[in-house]
Design a protein around this ligand. Sequence first.
Ligand SMILES: [Zn+2]
Ligand SMILES: [Zn+2]
Length: 247
Amino acid sequence: MMEFFQETNAFGAFLFFLAANTGIFICSVIFCWALGVVFSKKRIFDSWEPLRLTEAFAALGAILLNSGVSVAGWKLWIEGAIVLREGGLIGSLLDCFVMIFAMDLGMYVFHRLAHLPFVFKIVHRFHHRHETTNPISLFVLHPIEVLGFGGLMIAFLAVYPMTLHGLLGYLTLNIVFGTLGHSGVEPFPRKLRTIPLLKYVGTSTFHAEHHEHPKYNFGFYTLIWDKLFGTLDPEYNARFDGIRSSE
Ligand SMILES: [Zn+2]
Ligand SMILES: [Zn+2]
């Protein structure tokens, strides 16, 4: 596989990443829909946001832009500006962990900036058209947001040499968390909030609350930065427990 990436040209790389991003989109939509069915008694929102044509086109645009960003990352890797280092299981797990925390902080900062009134109006309001969510919400993004996320990831990779498996682990977790956060149901068990460290995991309730109350919960993978900077929704604990009260 690595030989393909070393020998292909930009168009070949684009076709590969377009297929990969399309596959990721389809898997995310199916996963989200399946979560809604399996955890139908654990709904956070009464119903999904209706599917609108403009947003479906925006999701397709996000797939295309993500493929373009991937080609930029590939080009930087070919030129040596991004390095993927060798490493075993421990190294890969460590890298994945580091990238989750660093990206969570970076996204927290940019997400707060995106909520400044003039930026929100132009860029981020589009994602917040979804007061509740649906299986494509994760991809209903303004093009600037897609490029901003891609740019942040490339900036991280340019300064931190990841193992390939660490990077693939991060990309998988990114989609899993993004899908969970927009699923409109809470699959995490109630006892999660009592387990040290795991209680800081960004649950479905955590991001769903952000769609309801946009002045809280700016993180994505963890609650840490919101706790630290005082932006965690004060109703978070009660809401998470309340949703699970039927257990
Ligand atoms: Zn969202
Ligand atoms: Zn927001």
